[in-house]
Design a binder for this molecule. Sequence first.
Ligand code: NOJ
Length: 758
Amino acid sequence: MEREKLEALLKEMTLEEKINQLFQLHGSFFEGDTIATGPAAEQGFSERSIQELGSVLGAIGADSLKRIQKNHMEKHPHHIPLLFMADVINGYKTIFPIPLAQGAAFNEEVARTGAEVAAREASAAGIHVTFSPMVDLVRDARWGRVMESNGEDVYLNSVYAKALVEGYQGDDPKAEGKIAACVKHFAAYGAPTAGRDYNNVELSERTLRDDYLPAYEAAIKAGALLVMTSFNTLNRIPSTANQWLMRKVLREEMGFQGVLISDWAAIEEIAKHDLAVDKKEAAVLALKAGTDIDMMTNCYCAYLKEAIEAGEVSEDLLDEAVLRVLELKNKLGLFENPYKDADAEQEKRWILCEEHRSKSRKAAEETFVLLENDHMLPLKETERVAFIGPYVDEKKILGFWSIFGEAKDAVSVKEGVSERVKHAVEAGQVTFSQGCEILTEEEFVPGFDPKEKNSAAGQEVSTEEMMRQALEHAKQADKVVLCLGEHTTQSGEGGSRAEITLPRLQMELLRKIAAVNENIIVVLFHGRPLDLREVKALSKAVMLAWMPGTEGGNAIAATLYGDVSPSGRLPMSFPYSVGQVPVFYAEFHTGRHMESYMPDNRFQSRYIDAPNAPLYPFGYGLSYTTFAYEDIRLHVEKDNISDGNAPEENNDGIALHTGEKLLVSVRVKNTGSVKGAEVVQMYVRDDKASVVRPVRELKGFSKVWLEPGEEREVCFTVTEEMLRFHNINMEHTVEPGSFTVFVGSDSTTERQAQFCFL
Ligand code: NOJ
């Protein structure tokens, strides 16, 4: 439909009808194909609002959504189709590793593929919009939602944000198999004070702009059609009512023209933050800030009419918002085809198909991070191996936000290993035992039912018996693979933790096993960085498996038995202890920088009871092979034309000007005996500036798979634009002077070279 027609449609709509376009209801209100008006009325939604509803959240299924759409359009005065939105995060039914794990792949193609697969399945099931990607920068491991982000780094997050939006939307979200992306949570939701979910956010405007906004902006530049407001306050203003943030930063500066949707009940929460006396005032503040859709409350549908009629907010603002919603429907082609791709046959064809499973498995294989390996891995098929732990026979490995994925479709470690080394399992040379439950009854985790037992375990066995059997197996084995981890409900929304260790019973299990067999390989399932000091001390190998998704067990078996080398790297620093948190590599120099040659000096920026450095730094991860680097070589390419000369023999006097490109290259060689991937990382430090700059910042990464003995030149580009920051005058610019570039295998690399920006 042309824009003029949309504008004409808007003119024909009554005030109520327009307001109701901004009203969103949850799928749980539907009884079959119609809305259960009784429960809806209890929540303050009128029959008229329901009849003229604009969008539905969380309803799925091709046939059902088609019928809902048909019923709705027949009754709607202007036959305007509904939008169906849902949280399709790391997959719809075929579940990929959690987003934090995808960040560990250091390969945005993993995220792009995951988004493509999710869009294909979700669109066939009738969904038009996904509430993804979440691109919140996360630096506090206590916050449960770090699992939904790609990690602590500005550049990594931005690269992934773009790939995810492109994966969901393709070139045209109207196209078959594509859905609209909603970037969230604008802004800075990932920085709640003390890591407690929904808490206040305190950030300087410079930190907000330099570190927190770039990933949202990258998603918007990639064409994301929606943005979601965040629950938090920023500068003491709830985002959903923050006119500066939404109208100036998001719309004016970033040029976002799409739909801004509130997070769940966030408009009503404006009143809970004490910014409004009631829902009507909250609605007025939200509309003034430019919040278009009211997710799950009646603030707009029950109170905006009165506010507009009383002149408390202008109808023009309402019209703007409604037009944006109509435009979104139009961009998805819903006026021509309100059912879009909803099709039961296509649902059957795509959901959990072999192609999707195999993509999910490949993705998982790229996300595992090997933290330690003292000659333990890969396992040999001839070895006696005892697989022990509550995650051995557990299928709930999809992560907190995979709400449509089903555990029954997942492959457990036991299943994956039984398939991979069938003969060894049949011969009794590979054994499986649970050892203990994931959590004990007294460990309070909201959402966790203590009666709920291990998803795959058949009969009730006492903890003592479980432990006894596990110890028996451990004694007889050459090596023990201990599959431990957090419960799914210990991360995700509302999953903040003040202690970030493994559950008590599992640590006991580890200690007991360590007393009878020292050859322990720990495989961890989790949604956040954990305090792994004791795990490290008691084991000889540690591999992070995160929440690996539907094909987790197969991917883990393939990796443990050496079919593929682990190639993930840490997307967040793993703290030494929770007291260090938030700990991240891109910190600032203080005036009292901790100097290693003065270990006894207390008047430095340091802890007296812990090191400053995390246990494992950002970007870190081992492989089954080893890599060697040659020195960095710098070369300036002028006017996009290389002068054809070889890179300089030494890097003296390298100067970059606006419009030129600095090429940073390094040769990397696989010096081991198996194929493996190195994640070559480039960091840049601004050596002096008008404000304090991070000690280094990631500006490029490249994952290269190398055969034994193979070597390759890896080349990165640095441009003036990449060096910009908000200077003393809040100008986004580069200040002339010297820069240091670092290239290596993690954020602590000291391989460096110098250049100047003139
Ligand atoms: C609340 C969460 O914060 C948000 O991420 C999610 O998309 C909505 N609920 C909808 O389920």
